[in-house]
Design a protein around this ligand. Structure first.
Ligand SMILES: Cc1cc2nc3c(=O)[nH]c(=O)nc-3n(C[C@H](O)[C@H](O)[C@H](O)COP(=O)(O)OP(=O)(O)OC[C@H]3O[C@@H](n4cnc5c(N)ncnc54)[C@H](O)[C@@H]3O)c2cc1C
Length: 400
């Protein structure tokens, strides 16, 4: 059997691409290879579950283009497919005048990106929306929503399966070679042939791309995001999503509060370099991956910057010391106490770093002859997934 296309990775991107490709080429034989026993076992099942409304992304970026459309489409998709979703809205609070200027920038970005209903609000209006949040003013985006992110991935995979896509689980791709114009994909247990490859391997997408001679300028560095969970009795202090004003120099949003569709409230995530691409616990060290990161010149270019080191040091403290995490979170909701927080899940960002050691902000895809590599599918990758998948399929079919 020679597949028309082999997709590597069954996170939200791989499943959305499989669904979109099957819809466009119904006669094609499509195979998704996933190393885990199910879909959404990594980043797509370990995120905040937020459907972002699109004011954080720089205008003109792919993220800006796909986030607003993706938000609208993902909310509709969740309703159609019976996946839990609530339109709770988002507030970003300003604690001082410096933060207020960041909020004005975000509002401007939101307007340019076409985010519906976004506006700056005063302290009284903030109190009506989030009575326990501190802030001299805030940015309010009513389009912000929360969703069962793993539920979305399962629904996308079910759509793809209904359209004839095959899924192979427990199949870690080890090697890809080209033979007679086809790709030969070897997994731990078997081998598959395909005419086209779409690499959606998340944290390992740079390695897969490099094995085919792509991704020469970039490397993925894993940034872990740890969450704490509020005790059920204190979850009532958060009604929607409450963010601090972000540092726009970094693609991290700062420790914030998110109500989940199950009613729990998460605080976090922070952003700390992880000692392995799937090292979800701070004690988990993958020696080989840590060494290869430390030997990469991009790593030293990244950490040499004073501002990055200051940010990294603050973030490291929030990982090792609950007190540091809680004190950051209490800047937004001072009524909370340390005993209200217990350690929760963590997720890892597949953050692309370029040759000069800069954290790449936008979604990146690289094309080769009949191969597409999805690199840097970082936040808000869940929100962007539906239009982004269409874009990936367009790029693939352009080559026909
Ligand atoms: C802490 C955190 C919070 C986030 N919060 C949000 C949010 O609230 N809203 C939002 O829009 N976005 C959010 N994001 C971003 C979003 O989760 C990601 O953009 C998205 O999940 C990326 O999906 P993916 O399919 O690329 O990666 P993944 O979900 O990681 O999927 C990649 C898959 O590839 C598989 N794979 C890897 N290597 C191989 C191999 N060699 N062979 C076979 N299979 C392989 C993996 O097992 C995995 O299943 C967040 C991200 C993080 C880290």
């Amino acid at each position: 059997m020679i597949y028309h296309a082999i997709i590597i990775g069954a996170g939200v991107v791989g499943c959305a691409v499989a669904r979109a490709l099957a819809a466009r080429r119904s006669a094609w034989k499509i195979l998704v290879l996933e190393k885990e026993p199910d879909v959404a076992m990594h980043t797509s099942g370990r995120n905040s579950g937020v459907i972002h409304s699109g004011f954080n992304s720089a205008p003109g970026s792919l993220k800006a283009r796909f986030c607003v459309e993706g938000s609208r489409r993902l909310r509709a998709y969740a309703v159609e497919h019976g996946v839990a979703m609530q339109e709770v809205g988002t507030v970003v609070v300003a604690l001082d005048s410096g933060d207020e200027s960041v909020l004005r920038d975000l509002e401007q970005r939101g307007r340019e990106n076409g985010v519906p209903g976004i506006c700056l609000i005063d302290r009284d209006r903030l109190r009506q929306i989030e009575p326990h949040a501190l802030g001299v003013s805030a940015l309010h985006s009513p389009a912000g929503a929360i969703v069962d992110s793993a539920g979305i991935v399962h629904a996308l995979a079910a759509d793809a399966r209904d359209a004839g896509v095959e899924f192979g689980f427990f199949k870690r791709v080890r090697k890809i070679s080209r033979k007679n114009g086809h790709f030969r994909v070897s997994t731990d247990t078997d081998r598959h042939e395909g005419v086209r490859i779409i690499n959606c391997a998340g944290l390992y997408s740079d390695k897969i791309a490099r094995s085919l001679g792509a991704c020469r300028d970039y490397a993925i560095f894993p940034f872990r995001g740890d969450y704490f969970q509020l005790s059920p009795s204190r979850s009532t202090l958060v009604r929607s999503m409450i963010y601090p004003a972000p540092n726009l120099k970094y693609p991290f949003l700062g420790i914030h509060f998110t109500r989940k569709v199950t009613g729990e409230v998460l605080a976090g995530p922070n952003a700390v370099l992880a000692a392995g691409r799937e090292s979800y616990e701070m004690t988990q060290v993958h020696l080989g991956e840590t060494m290869s990161m430390a030997l990469d010149p991009r790593f030293w270019k990244l950490v040499v910057g004073r501002e990055f080191r200051t940010m990294a040091w603050e973030q490291i403290q929030t990982t090792f010391f609950k007190k540091a995490f809680v004190s950051r979170a209490r800047r937004i909701i001072p009524d909370l106490r340390a005993e209200d927080f217990s350690r929760g899940q963590s997720g890892i960002r597949a953050q692309l770093v370029d040759r000069s050691g800069h954290l790449v902000e936008d979604l990146v895809i690289e094309r080769q002859d009949r191969a597409i590599h999805v690199l840097n599918a970082v936040s808000p990758g869940l929100t962007c997934s539906l239009p982004f998948a269409d874009h990936v399929v367009d790029e693939l079919l352009k080559q026909e």
